[in-house]
Design a binder for this molecule. Sequence first.
Ligand code: C2O
Ligand code: CU
Length: 668
Amino acid sequence: MSCAASSLSVVAIASTQIQVEKVMETAVAGHRGSVVALVGIIVNLVTRLRARRVIDRSLGLLSSAALLTLGAAAIHFAVAHEHLAGYMPYGVFFVGLGIVQVGLAAAIVVVPSRRLFVIAAAGTGMVMGIWLLSRTVGMPIGPIPWSPEPVGFTDVVTTLLEGIAVIQFLRLFRRPVRPRPRSRIRVALSMVPLVLFAPFAAFLGVGAALAPMPAAYNAAPAIPGQASTSVVDLTAQRGSEPVKKFTLTAAVRNIDAHEAWTFNGTVPGPELRVKAGDRVMVTLVNHLPGATSIHWHGIIVPNAMDGVAGITQDAVKPGGTFTYEFVANEAGTYWYHSHQDTSHQIADGLIGSIVVEPKDEHAAIGRDYSLLVHTQPGSDAIAVNGASNLRLDATPGETVRLRIINAVVPGFDGAPLTPVLVGAPYFVEALDGHDVNAPRQLGPERLPLGMGQRADVVFTMPDKGAVRLVGLKGSAMFPWSAPPTASVTIGDGPTPGVDVSSLPSFDLTRYGAPAGDPVVDAAHYDVTRDIVLGGGPMFRNGTFDFSDTFDGMASPYVAPIRVREGQLVRLHIVNNSPKFHPIHIHGHVFSVLAKNGHRLTGAPIHLDAILVAPGETWDVAFKADNPGIWMLHCHVLAHATAGMSMTINYEGIYTPFAMGTQSGNIPE
Ligand code: C2O
Ligand code: CU
C-alpha cells in the first residue's frame, strides 16, 4: 500500500515534469535540448530518491524547494545572454548562479540534510540580498557603478521564486527527514500548488527574459551600397517667409500638489499662434530630469522636424536644446506634444496647442479660442486649458470659433471624448484642422473626438444667454468612482439644460457637400495595406502582458509600409478588437474613402487621425508626397506603448537613430 502511494507521488512528480518540459519548450525553443536533458535528470533523481526510500512527508517540501530553485536557475540562464552582450561579468555571474542553483536543486532531492537546507536558505537569501542592493543603491561594479537598476518583471518573478524557496528551506530545516505515518495522497495534493506555480512562474520569467526591450532598433537602416538620404537632411528649405520664433522650456513644476512636466511652467504649455506661410522656429530647452522632444501633431513638417525620438532625432537630453523649424503652410488647429516616452510625458503635461491662422486677414472672425481638453497631471481630473470650468468672453451677435483639441488620456478602451455645444446652433467648420466643404448647421449633437483629433465649431452668440460646451467627460480611475468632467462657458447668462446621453452623434460620413478630391477619386492606388487592429497576451519588452497589435504584431516588429515618393497609398483598417483606436499618421493627411465599405455621401473628409470603433472597417488613402520615415500609431498612448505603432518608410531614406535601451529613445 505504501508502495502504491509513493508511486502515486512519483507519478504526480513525473507528470509535473512533463508540464515543465512542455512549458519550458515553448519558452526556450532554442535551448530545447538542454531543457529536455535537465528535466530528464530531475525525473531520474526523483526515481533514485524513491529507491533510497527517503520519501516521506517532506517530499512535497523537497520537490517544491527544488522546483522553485530550478525555476530561478532557468530565468538566470535566460537573462545571461543579454548580459553577456551588454556587461560580460554580469552574464558570467548569471550563468554561474544558474549552475549553482541547478546543483542545489539536485542536492536537495538526492542528499537532503538539515545542513544543506541551512546553506540553501542562506545562499538564496544572499542572492536576494544582492538583488535588493542592485535595485536600491546599485552595485560597486557594473556598467555604471553605484547606480540602481530598474526593477523589471523578470526580477520580480525570480525573487518571488527564491523567496518562496527560502521559506521551504526553513520549513525543511525545522522538520527533519524522518518517516511519519501520513496519507501519501495528502502529501501529493499538498504539493500541487507550488509544483504548478514554480514552472509557471519560471515560464513567465524565462519568456520575458528572452524577449527584452531591444537594445537598439533601427526603423529604417541605411542599406550598404545603396545611395540614400538621412532623415536629418530632410529640413525646410531656406526661404523668405516671415519668421515666428518661440522658446519652449521644459521643466518640472508643482501644480495643484502634483509634479507636472511643463512647457514654460504651465499645463498646457503656451498657445502658439502663427499665420499660414510663416516660418516657425521653436527652440526646445530641456530642464527636465529626463530626455524629451516635441512633435507637431497634424502639421505637415519636413521629416527632420517631426520630433520622434529614435526615428527623426535623438531625444533631447537634460540640459540640451533643439530648434525645430518648419513652414506652417496650412491654416488649421493643431497641437504639439512630446514624442519621447509619450504615454508618460503627455500625461505629465508636455502638451500645447498651435493654431495656424489663415493668411487672409479678412478670414479672421470675432472670437477665436483654442480649447485644449486634457488630463491634469497626476490625477484623472480633466480640464480645458488648465481650468475645469473655463469661462470665455463673447458678446451677443459675435461669431465665435472654438478649436476643440482632444488631449485627454482615455481609459483602456480608448473611447472618444464627446463634447456637445448647447445654447446656439453651430457649424463644424473643420476636422483635424482641415476645412469641411459647405458644412451644415447643427443642433446639439455629440461630436466624437478620439485622442489627438480636433474639431472647429463656429457659431453666433445668441442675443441673450450663454453658450456652453458640455459632455467633456474623462474616464474614472475606478469603476465605482464618478467620471471627472469639465465645461466651457462662453458669454453670460443661463443655458438650456440638455440630457447629453440622449443626443445623436455627429456623423462625418454624411456631413457637408460632396466635392472633388484627387485622392478619393483616384482610379488606382499604388500601395494597399490591410491593417488589422487586435491584441492579446504576449512576451514583450521584458515582460508578459496584453499587447495591442497591428496585424498581430507589436512594435517595433510591425512590418513598415514601404512607399515611393508620388505613390497613392490606401489603408484598409479593420478593428477586430473591443477597443477604440484613433489611428494617427505623421507627415501626411488621410482622405477618408469609406466606412464599413460604404463611401462617404457628404464632403470629402481629411484627417490625420481616423477613429476606428470596435468592429468597424475604414478605408483611407494618402499621397506619399513628404519623404521620410513617419510614424503611424494609435493615439491612445497606452495602446501605442503596448505595440500599436509602426512606420511608413520611403524608399531611399534612412534614419541614423535607433530606439531601445542603448540610446534611451522610446518614442511611445
Ligand atoms: Cu500626436 Cu505620434 O502623435
Ligand atoms: Cu488604440
